[in-house]
Design a protein around this ligand. Structure first.
Ligand SMILES: [Zn+2]
Length: 290
C-alpha cells in the first residue's frame, strides 16, 4: 500500500514538473515563436514556396525575383544541391519577424532560419540605407543549405560561428554594409578582430560582443577571411567545404585540405593584408613625389 502511494506521489510530481515546464516554455520567446500561427501568410501564386503577410506583397514579389539566382549561387559555391524544398516567409514588420524567430522586440535583423523556413524582415530592404534583400535571402539560404546537409546541432556545435557566417557573407556578398575595407583592415591590424576558432559551441555561440565589436564589423571580417581562403586556395576550399558538408571534423578537414590549421591560415591572411597595405603606402608616396 505504502509502495503504491509512493509511486502515485512520484508520478504526480513528474506530471507537475512537466506541466510547469510546458507553461514556462509556452510563455518564453522561443515557445511563443513555435506556437505562433502562420495563418495570415498568403502563398505567392507564381512561387508557391514564398509566403507573405498581406502588407508585404511587393517585398514578396522582389524576393521571388531574387530567388532563382540565390539558389543557383548557394548551390554553386557549396558544391551541392539543397536536400529538400523549403519556404520563405516575408514579414510585414520587424516585430513580426522577431515574434516568429523568438527574438526580443526591437531587435533589428534582416533574416533568419528556423527549422526549414527562412524569414525575411522589411529591414532587409532598408538596412542602414542599403537595399540588401537579395543578399539577405542568399545569406539565409547558405545557412539553411548547411543545415540541410549537417543538421542543426552539428551546425552550431561543430562549425565555428566565424566560418558559417563568413561563408554566408561570401556567398551572398552581404556583411559589413557601411564599413569600408580600409576600416576593417585597420581594425584587424590593430588587433581588434575575431578569434578564428576551429570548432563551434552549441551552447553560447560566439557573438560580436565576445570580441568587443558590433555585428557589422564581425560580418565584414568573417567575409574578408573566408573570401581570402576561397580566392587563394580555391580547389582546397571546395574540397574542404564538401568535407564539412559530409560531416567531417572541422579542424581535421581544415588541416587535411589546406595543409595548415586555422590560426596559420589567419596569420597568412594578416601577412597578405600587411603586404597590400605597404604596397598601397609606397604607391601613395610615389604619387606624392610626382
Ligand atoms: Zn548569418
Amino acid at each position: 500500500m505504502k509502495k503504491k502511494s509512493l509511486k502515485i506521489t512520484i508520478l504526480s510530481i513528474v506530471v507537475l514538473v512537466i506541466i510547469c515546464f510546458l507553461v514556462l516554455f509556452s510563455r518564453s520567446l522561443v515557445g511563443k515563436a513555435l506556437l505562433k500561427s502562420k495563418g495570415q501568410f498568403i502563398r505567392l501564386s507564381s512561387d508557391t514556396c514564398i509566403l507573405y503577410e498581406p502588407a508585404a506583397k511587393s517585398q514578396a514579389a522582389a524576393i521571388a525575383r531574387a530567388y532563382p539566382d540565390a539558389v543557383k549561387r548557394v548551390e554553386e559555391v557549396h558544391g551541392l544541391p539543397f536536400k529538400k524544398p523549403f519556404n520563405v516567409y516575408v514579414c510585414a514588420s520587424q516585430n513580426s519577424l522577431n515574434e516568429y524567430v523568438g527574438n526580443p522586440p526591437g531587435l533589428r535583423i534582416r533574416g533568419a532560419v528556423v527549422f526549414n523556413n527562412i524569414y525575411i524582415s522589411p529591414t532587409a530592404f532598408d538596412f542602414n540605407g542599403f537595399d540588401t534583400h537579395k543578399e539577405t535571402l542568399t545569406h539565409e539560404m547558405s545557412h539553411l543549405h548547411l543545415k540541410h546537409h549537417i543538421g542543426y546541432f552539428r551546425q552550431r556545435g561543430s562549425v565555428p560561428t566565424w566560418f558559417h557566417e563568413g561563408l554566408a557573407n561570401f556567398v551572398a556578398g552581404s556583411g559589413g554594409e557601411g564599413i569600408s575595407d580600409k576600416e576593417a583592415v585597420k581594425a584587424i591590424m590593430d588587433g581588434h578582430h575575431f578569434i578564428p576558432d576551429d570548432k563551434g559551441r552549441f551552447f553560447k555561440m560566439k557573438r560580436a560582443a565576445d570580441y568587443g565589436m558590433q555585428y557589422p564589423m564581425l560580418h565584414k571580417q568573417t567575409k574578408m577571411f573566408v573570401s581570402y581562403m576561397h580566392d587563394s586556395h580555391t580547389s582546397s576550399f571546395k574540397q574542404f567545404l564538401l568535407d564539412v558538408q559530409d560531416r567531417a571534423n572541422f579542424a581535421d578537414a581544415f588541416q587535411k585540405r589546406f595543409g595548415m590549421d586555422v590560426v596559420s591560415m589567419w596569420d597568412e591572411f594578416e601577412q597578405q593584408l600587411k603586404a597590400a597595405e605597404s604596397e598601397n603606402d609606397s604607391t601613395a608616396n610615389s604619387n606624392v613625389q610626382l
